[in-house]
Design a protein around this ligand. Structure first.
Ligand SMILES: Nc1ncnc2c1ncn2[C@@H]1O[C@H](COP(=O)(O)OP(=O)(O)OP(=O)(O)O)[C@@H](O)[C@H]1O
Ligand SMILES: [Mg+2]
Length: 255
């Protein structure tokens, strides 16, 4: 299968000269179209930094990222904002919901910006909110819903445009295990049925066990890579063992 994301010799340095931290050290890898890829590693390892650069939100110190045919690290801000809106979906660690809009308008925002037909918008809204169990919250505002509900609203907003590529940073971090399982099953379904490519950062072995392949980042490099070859439960155990080796991450007792 052809590659949809190509990361080439990516380096990220933070700080001023003399006190710089090397967060990503010459990282290269590819993600194939239709893959569900996980990024794991200890806190502070650079997972969000890597995801933010891959998803056009942040710029590398050196190196390049190609998405499809486009070298995104060479695009202008104007080209990027169009590209993001049409091709990418985001589920951020801190949700980024707009407090002045209700749940419905937050979810519809990416479609409204594109002036989609109202009937089409309503249909997609019904589909995603039913699946994510937030259809009863549409008229509420972000301040009036729980953190887990916010996370699901952010997920609905990310996938309502049916992007070819979804980036998620700890998408289950604020969810109870039932909601987490539902969101992961939905992401898996999106991945299998629509061939949506997903790149997801997580600490959590249960969440990661839904992926096909996982990169473990440590000390700025890809320390290891795991490929799922058997059942999800067996993969979960393999991930736990790898976490024990490299450190970092919280384990679920039940799967
Ligand atoms: N804007 C910034 N300026 C300076 N240092 C930063 C900045 N953003 C991140 N860092 C540092 O870069 C390193 C990687 O941060 P990053 O957020 O990518 O880690 P992470 O693996 O996502 O961690 P977590 O699991 O806790 O979310 C950390 O040491 C962090 O302090
Ligand atoms: Mg992070």
């Amino acid at each position: 299968m052809k590659s949809i994301v190509s990361v080439k010799r990516l380096t990220k340095l933070y700080g001023k000269k003399g006190s710089q931290t090397l967060v990503l050290d010459n990282i290269s890898f590819d993600i194939r179209a239709g893959e569900f890829v996980g990024i794991m590693g200890p806190s502070g390892a650079g997972k969000s930094t890597l995801l933010n650069i891959m998803s056009t939100i942040d710029a590398p110190t050196s190196g390049h990222v190609t998405i499809g045919e486009q070298v995104i690290t060479k695009m202008s801000e104007r080209e990027l904002s169009d590209f993001r809106r049409h091709e990418l979906g985001f589920i951020f660690q801190d949700f980024n919901l707009l407090d002045s809009l209700n749940v419905k308008d937050n979810i519809l925002l990416p479609l409204a910006l594109d002036r989609q037909k109202v009937s089409e918008m309503e249909k997609r809204l019904k589909d995603v909110t039913t699946i994510l169990g937030i259809d009863h919250l549409l008229t509420r505002f972000p301040v009036d819903i729980s953190i887990g509900q916010k996370q699901r609203v952010a997920a609905a907003r990310a996938i309502i445009t049916q992007p070819q590529l979804v980036f998620a940073d700890e998408p289950t971090g604020s969810l109870d295990s039932k909601s987490a399982t539902e969101l992961l099953q939905y992401l898996s379904k999106l991945n299998e049925q629509e061939q949506t490519t997903i790149a997801m950062v997580t600490h959590d072995a249960f969440t990661a066990s839904y992926c096909h392949r996982i990169f473990f980042i440590k000390d700025g490099v890809i320390f290891s890579e795991l490929v799922r070859r058997n059942s999800r439960k067996e993969f979960f155990q393999t991930i736990i063992d790898m976490q024990a080796t490299i450190g970092g991450g919280i384990n679920h007792d039940v799967i």
